[in-house]
Design a protein around this ligand. Structure first.
Ligand SMILES: Cc1cc2nc3c(=O)[nH]c(=O)nc-3n(C[C@H](O)[C@H](O)[C@H](O)COP(=O)(O)OP(=O)(O)OC[C@H]3O[C@@H](n4cnc5c(N)ncnc54)[C@H](O)[C@@H]3O)c2cc1C
Ligand code: SF4
Length: 328
């Protein structure tokens, strides 16, 4: 047992003051952090509980939503405006974890949950650069069926585990932050890093910076959106591959599209290349295939996960077919 202190933040300013101290971590629902502490992967000296802060979902002036970081995953998925304006987000959330975990988990914690790489969790001898920089990575030549096919590096081939984050990547969300240096915002697609040589640095957050909210800009197209998750079991399993998509089709032409992939990279993967192929073109199965091929052109399989490349392509094509009504 490693001792640590626990304090409940009274407000955001109080959280930031205490959260900036060395060795301190914020805790939301604790559904990931407490597991990591039990496993000896994380050992904070102090926890600042922020689960009671920022628990509102408010409509913004332009018809978007400002979602407090303390909003529980269940409350977000169930919210009427989320279900009607951003169904991809509701679907992504309920595709994750279990009802009990979603009742505890917060938006802020979901964004910063850590990888499910089995070697990362195994501190009994497995080498892991994310746990201990410079140690090496046993997944690269090990059992790597669940690992990354895009954007990986020789230092780390882990994937980001969140379903919610895949939807947020597609929706051009904006993250609101507050830290010792004041308030700022960050495009969601810039929050998480690719591993490069430092997989232990997972985001562009400054030390002690608190996520206070996530903003969804108004996007009429998002009302026509969906999420599909492919996994080993029908529930309670992380994505092998997932696709979040929103589509605007007019007279058979794709006017606009947002596409993101999960289970394939160290961060939620925005499918910019596929979007470029699709935008302004007549919807067809051939076009969907070309978009999927373009996105996966640089995919690199490891020993056990080559199947993910074809799986990702087929899932993209299926989701675009569903949303456009153009099937094979
Ligand atoms: C059995 C199991 C199955 C699961 N299956 C899935 C799944 O299929 N899909 C999926 O997406 N997820 C899944 N999860 C993960 C789950 O979604 C996360 O554990 C949860 O979202 C984390 O939220 P939390 O509030 O509990 O975070 P915590 O555990 O409290 O915190 C996680 C991290 O976020 C940091 N943090 C928390 N709040 C803030 C804040 N406001 N600002 C800055 N930092 C903050 C903490 O310091 C910590 O580093 C599963 C979890 C379990 C245990
Ligand atoms: S893939 Fe990343 S998280 Fe997994 S063992 Fe390698 S360095 Fe660690």
């Amino acid at each position: 047992m490693i001792p640590f202190t626990y304090a409940r933040a009274a407000n955001t300013a109080d959280a930031v003051v205490h959260g900036s101290a060395v060795g301190t971590k914020y805790i939301g629902g604790g559904t990931n952090l407490v597991d990591l502490m039990r496993e000896g992967i994380e050992h904070p000296q102090a926890l600042v509980d922020v689960s009671g802060l920022s628990r509102d979902i408010n409509e913004t002036a332009d018809g978007g939503l400002l979602i407090g970081a303390g909003v529980k995953n269940t409350a977000l998925a169930e919210h009427r405006l989320v279900r009607t304006r951003f169904p991809v987000l509701s679907r992504a959330i309920v595709a994750g974890a279990s009802g009990q975990i979603r009742n505890m988990a917060t938006v802020g914690g979901n964004l910063l949950q850590r990888t499910r790489c089995t070697y990362f969790y195994d501190d009994t001898g497995a080498r892991c650069n994310k746990r201990e920089p410079g140690q090496g990575c046993d997944a690269v030549d090990g059992f790597n069926r669940i690992h990354a096919i895009l954007g990986a590096s020789p230092a780390c081939v882990a994937t980001h585990p969140s379903d919610m984050c895949v939807a947020l990547a597609a929706l051009d969300a904006v993250v609101h932050l507050e830290g010792a240096g004041g308030k700022r915002t960050l495009p969601f697609n810039e929050l998480h890093r690719l591993p490069e040589g430092r997989p232990d640095i997972e985001t562009l957050l400054e030390p002690g910076e608190l996520i206070t909210a996530v903003e969804l800009p108004a996007q009429p197209m998002a009302a026509h959106s969906t999420y599909r998750k492919v996994r080993d079991r029908a529930s309670y399993a992380f994505a092998l591959v997932s696709v979040a998509a929103a589509l605007e089709v007019d007279g058979g032409m794709i006017r606009d599209v947002r596409l993101a992939l999960g289970g394939v990279a160290h961060k939620p993967w925005r499918a910019w290349k596929a979007e470029e192929v699709l935008r302004g073109q007549p919807a067809s199965q051939q076009l969907f295939q070309a978009a999927a091929e373009a996105e996966l052109a640089n995919a690199t399989p490891l020993r056990d996960n080559g199947f993910k490349i074809e799986l990702a392509k087929r899932t993209i094509i299926a989701v675009l077919g569903d949303l456009s009504g153009v099937s094979a």
